[in-house]
Design a protein around this ligand. Sequence first.
Ligand SMILES: Cc1cc2nc3c(=O)[nH]c(=O)nc-3n(C[C@H](O)[C@H](O)[C@H](O)COP(=O)(O)O)c2cc1C
Length: 204
Amino acid sequence: MFKPADSSITLSPLIANRWSPRSFDRRAEILDSDLEAILEAGRWSPSTNNMQPWRFIVAKRGDEHFEYLSKHLAGFNSVWAPNASAFVLVLAVTTNDDGSTRPFALYDAGLASAFMTVEANHRGIAVHPIAGFNRDQVKAQYELPEHLVQTAILVLGSQAPASELIDEGLVERENAPRVRRQLSELVIAGLPEARERPSWAIPA
Ligand SMILES: Cc1cc2nc3c(=O)[nH]c(=O)nc-3n(C[C@H](O)[C@H](O)[C@H](O)COP(=O)(O)O)c2cc1C
């Protein structure tokens, strides 16, 4: 299904056409070369002081990691996400060796996730990020230390028609239009769009 952004200005097709589907083809497999390229895109994203504070747990349908992560999905994510071909759990290294915090680690991990999403879409692989999973169970499963913070799981695979989703609510969500706030709500200062200022905007 095609759900391009209804943007006021023409955007790069990679940005405009990205969206987060829930209907994945449960027969489709992801090529190792594609998965590697997606991770490589994350590797090459920018980060604070080039610290690269991202780590990945990679799971392909059929392997033990996919089984573990599938078990720990929350709510309706457990219905649709296991049909995907792979998961990449993105973790952020939130402290330095001396124990001091890295305030931008989550930002950096988010950037790496965005880069991986773009590379995946470029290769015809759909991506749906999810935060709905049981972090305590995943932490215990992989014996993760405190400073390795779980961000989101990127659910990767081949899109299937919305009709393949068995749950009616999910079909409705799949067909729903993609919506966004207006730029005038987002730009606090610095552009003509900022003139209609929300109440919490910084004073002129
Ligand atoms: C960090 C993060 C966590 C998300 N968690 C979930 C989730 O647990 N389940 C889900 O169905 N979608 C989840 N989403 C997807 C968002 O709902 C989706 O990106 C948003 O509605 C915008 O839709 P679009 O990506 O199709 O443009 C998450 C997205 C992000 C960035």
